[in-house]
Design a protein around this ligand. Structure first.
Ligand code: HEC
Length: 154
């Protein structure tokens, strides 16, 4: 009888420890996922009905992305990513097939597609260090949250 009670007690303890571990693992996974997303999430503040990004304010990372894009990518992809006769519109691309993984891969290594050659920026440390910021800016554009033009910084 007494040993049964001990076994029962031990079993309960095992279950409690297992549940606690499961909760801890789950919580840390959720935190990790949340952190990745949060670090890529732009903040854009525009007055209602804003037609141009010049009326908006964006977080510093997104602003850096705006500047980098319009310094290094705009002569092919058009001002603010609207596209040109030889390189695609970024808003369209982001809404079609370009997710974060594809974006990083393409900008790092480049590729030769049906429309032309996208150069890789692997050796350009300034771009490599700011891939997330450029992504955030283009994502805000693609989500329809930010129009064309130079935003102010929050
Ligand atoms: C010399 C011109 C040129 C420059 C500079 C350039 N690109 Fe491109 N990029 C292209 C061309 C051309 C394509 C389309 C290739 C194709 O689909 O055939 C492309 C495609 C892309 C795509 C779409 C990938 C896909 O899967 O379809 C992304 C995203 C992109 N470029 C991002 C950038 C970013 C960000 C920069 C600046 C850091 C940049 N590009 C600079 C020419 C350029």
């Amino acid at each position: 009888m007494r040993s049964n009670a001990v076994v029962g007690y031990l079993m309960t303890l095992v279950v409690i420890v297992a549940v606690a571990l499961a909760i801890m693992v789950n919580a840390s996974e959720e935190k990790a996922a949340g952190e990745t997303q949060a670090s890529l999430k732009y903040v854009v503040e525009c007055p209602e009905g804003a037609k141009s990004a010049t009326q908006c304010k964006v977080d510093p990372a997104t602003f850096t992305g705006y500047r980098m894009f319009n310094r290094l990518c705009n002569h092919c992809h058009g001002e603010d990513g609207v596209g040109s006769s030889f390189a695609p519109n970024m808003v369209d691309k982001f809404n079609q097939n370009v997710d974060y993984a594809r974006f990083k891969d393409v900008v790092t290594h480049g590729f030769k597609g049906q429309n032309g050659v996208m150069p890789g920026f692997e050796k350009n440390q300034a771009v490599m260090d700011r891939l997330d910021q450029i992504y955030m800016y283009l994502k805000a554009r693609a989500d329809g949250v930010l129009g064309q033009g130079r935003p102010a910084q929050l």
